[in-house]
Ligand binder design. Structure first.
Ligand code: CA
Length: 416
């Protein structure tokens, strides 16, 4: 556990990294650790079979260190931003490329130029560092149906593509149906993750719209779609909408945008559902100090831009805490500058890692494991220093976790 003394060091590092904070999705942060605050409610923690089964008070049951098995060498993919799967094709994966392509990944055959499943580079803008094709989710029961999240120069677009009738492995670029689109005031902080939850709803991560410190206050604005995790039902339309609002969304009856599921987020860069517990884990990239891991609950307010991690942000002192859910974990500038969220490990090749949430720092390349303890707090440890710029993770149908590197390499986490 990192001590508070490191915060002094973090101040110096903060100065070094500060100019980068607003120009990319990197935010920064300093020190550590498990908060004294009630990070997660006891009821949330107690229904986790993993944490309750391993309710130990120390970290003696920590997993072994891991190694990264190269599945595709660098240069195979073009700036991957995600790695997804569809339920009817358990043996292959789909790599999302920032410029606007989706390519197959067959771990059993190392193709130098993997087949393109979809190419929408004609409508995706990746001019900005954080723009591009940022998310993909296949429908959980109609596998030929894909949902993507990308940016144009001015907007986020969430749309659906159908299978190519002449080649069911491919998606038909002419079949695009825009589901939801909204303006992005700046090029950065676009979120972009898509995932279907255990409830069959489509969850969408959006950033705060960019600009240092969330100048428009989007994170706390319940009526804005920015700085949120949204939840929509794509199986039903509603009047002009290409989707419908789940009846139990927090603001389905008013008080905010009905699509909002959770708010107070800055730039949630990758979220995932733990298939064993249904929990939604989200990493939120920090501004100047703290990178966060959050357990996201319906209607939850994760604090930005009132707070950055556990600290006050606006106002800098005396900020309120009522109703704000602190991160389950945060780390600071001496440990990294931009968190990349991952997955809870549910594979079988590393038994000691089962139930641990695996995540990384994009710039430092450190990969951590974090688990909930019986008391609802979290403990974490370094699993590997990868030396990679880790843009995203992915989980195979077997629960094994994959790593996407900025240089186009793909790796699988293996027992060290
Ligand atoms: Ca927060």
């Amino acid at each position: 556990m990192i001590g508070m003394k490191k915060r002094f060091l973090a101040v110096a590092l903060l100065l070094a990294f500060a100019p980068a904070c607003d120009s990319d999705r990197n935010g920064g942060t300093s020190a550590s650790a498990v908060p004294d605050d009630p990070g997660v409610s006891a009821s949330t923690a107690s229904d986790d079979p993993v944490s309750s089964a391993s309710a130990v008070s120390d970290d003696s049951a920590v997993p072994v260190l891991i190694r990264l098995e190269e599945i595709a060498p660098k240069g195979t993919y073009d700036r991957p931003t995600g790695l997804e799967r569809r339920f009817d094709r358990p043996d292959v994966l789909y790599v999302v490329e920032q410029a606007g392509r989706i390519r197959l990944l067959d771990p059993s055959s190392r193709e130098a130029t993997p087949e393109a499943v979809l190419d929408i580079t004609d409508r995706v803008s990746d001019d900005g560092n954080e723009q591009g094709l940022l998310g993909l989710a296949f429908h959980p029961s109609r596998p030929g149906e894909a949902y993507v999240n990308y940016t144009t120069k001015t907007h986020t677009v969430v749309s659906r593509f159908a299978a190519d009738p002449s080649a069911s492995d491919r998606l038909d670029p002419s079949s695009e149906k825009v589901i939801l689109t909204f303006r992005q005031p700046r090029a950065n902080h676009n979120g972009g993750q898509l995932a279907f939850g255990p409830d069959g709803m489509l969850y969408i991560a959006t950033g705060d719209g960019g600009g240092a410190g969330d100048p428009q206050g989007n994170g706390q604005d319940k009526h804005s779609l920015l700085g949120k995790i949204l939840r929509i039902d794509v199986d039903r339309t509603d009047g002009e909408l290409a989707y419908s609002i789940p009846g139990d969304n927090p603001f389905a009856g008013g008080g905010g945008a009905p699509e909002v599921y959770a708010y107070g987020l800055r730039n949630p860069w990758r979220f995932s559902f733990d298939p064993a517990t249904g929990r939604l884990w989200a990493a939120d990239v920090g501004q100047d100090r703290w990178e966060e891991i959050n357990l996201v609950e319906k209607g939850g307010n994760y604090g930005w831009n009132v707070r950055e991690g556990l600290d006050c942000y606006k106002p800098a002192e005396g900020c309120p805490s009522d109703g704000l859910i602190p991160p389950i974990h945060q780390y600071g500038r001496e440990d990294g500058v931009s968190v990349t969220g991952g997955y809870v490990y549910r594979g079988s090749s590393i038994p000691e890692l089962k139930g641990w949430y695996v995540f990384a720092d994009y710039a430092f390349g450190t990969i951590w494991g974090l688990r909930l303890k019986g008391d609802g707090t979290a403990s974490h440890r370094v699993l590997a220093e990868s030396g990679l710029q880790i843009t995203s993770f992915g989980a195979g149908s077997d629960g094994e976790i994959y790593v996407c590197a900025q240089d186009g390499g793909i790796f699988r986490i293996r027992n060290g």
